[in-house]
Design a protein around this ligand. Structure first.
Ligand SMILES: NC(=O)c1cnc(N)c2cc(Br)sc12
Length: 317
């Protein structure tokens, strides 16, 4: 195959493998057998070996990660990553709703599952993944780009050539956590206490090959620059993120009243053990960005959101 044919075939393979990867890891609905995916991947690896200059940053071969880092570089978040005030019972939720309605009148909410993982920020330029970082202290985090690239549900290239910064939670599914601890037990190593610690420990590894072996996953749940993109509500932001190719948690509900919010909270209090990942509560946000702007934020938390906390979940070992 000459260079021109190789260039064309490499682009074809990237398109195919990224689409098959999206179907498998984001939609959980693969359209080709694993053997077919592996065969195409081997073909792309061979072409990139013969013509290294054909390797692109969104090539699925680039997920496996380079050599171990010496240390993590610091990253300053242009938009601070905030933390959420907590609610522990129905009364706290009704107090929150009363404060919101006193300031902005009737408000619709979006309820989402609070994923028990590690908050991360992922930045894209012209549709290409360029940098990922931990939350850190909210203003300064650690650059874990190479480790985040190993998460198969993180798109290396978006469906549109947009520049944005998305926020999400990296997590370890319960099944991966149990298997990892079984392996560590067999090697006489110290066990991880819970999936959140296992996910955090995995993303803090300097060697991307270790992170790649931990089968982490990622739900994206927000945009740092939504208003710059002309989006006017949180529910619209989530639909937009989904359309770009991100994995957005489907268990979400737009609620017109706090009674509907409380119904969602009680529903998931019961259904939580059936989830393949751990959650530590429900996040409730005022849906309209105009109303969010009116409500503003305290020094560390937005006044337009609250996290209803569940008691710690025991993963069945
Ligand atoms: N859907 C969400 O907004 C969401 C889900 N899971 C989480 N751990 C967090 C944390 C913050 Br801060 S927001 C959020």
């Amino acid at each position: 195959m000459d260079r021109q044919q190789a260039k064309r075939r490499a682009a074809e393979l990237r398109e195919l493998l990224n689409r098959y990867g999206y179907e498998y890891y984001v939609l959980d609905r693969p359209s080709v057998p694993d053997a077919e995916y592996d065969r195409l991947m081997q073909e792309l690896i061979a072409i990139e070996k013969q013509y290294p200059e054909l390797k692109t940053s969104d090539s699925p071969t680039q997920r496996i990660g380079g050599p171990p880092l010496e240390a993590f570089r610091k990253v300053t978040h242009r938009v601070p990553m905030m933390s959420l005030a907590n609610a522990f019972n129905e009364g706290d939720l009704r107090d929150f709703d009363r404060r919101v309605r006193q300031e902005v009148g009737e408000a619709a909410y979006v309820c989402e599952l609070k994923i028990d993982g590690l908050a991360v920020s992922v930045r894209y330029e012209d549709g290409y993944f360029v940098q990922g970082a931990t939350r850190g202290d909210g203003t300064t985090g650690e650059d874990i780009t190479e480790n985040l690239k190993t998460i198969r549900s993180l798109p290396l290239r978006l469906n549109e050539p947009v520049s944005l910064e998305a926020r999400g939670e990296a997590f370890m599914p319960k099944a991966s956590f149990l298997r990892l601890n079984e392996e560590r037990q067999a090697r006489g190593e110290e066990l991880f206490a819970n999936p959140r610690n296992a996910a955090a420990g995995s993303l803090r590894q300097l060697d991307p090959k270790v992170a790649a072996s931990r089968q982490l996953d990622l739900f994206v749940y927000g945009l740092a620059n939504a208003e710059e993109l002309g989006i006017e509500s949180h529910s619209a932001a989530l639909s937009y993120l989904q359309s770009l190719g991100f994995k957005v948690n489907p268990e979400r509900r737009r609620c017109a009243t706090i009674d509907e919010v409380i119904a969602f909270v009680n529903e998931w209090k019961e259904k939580r053990p059936q989830l393949p990942y751990e959650i530590d509560g429900i996040v409730i946000k005022v849906d309209s960005f105009a109303q969010q702007r009116q409500l503003g934020a305290t020094a560390k938390s937005p006044r337009w959101a609250i996290a209803y906390k569940f008691p710690a979940e025991e993963v069945v070992t």
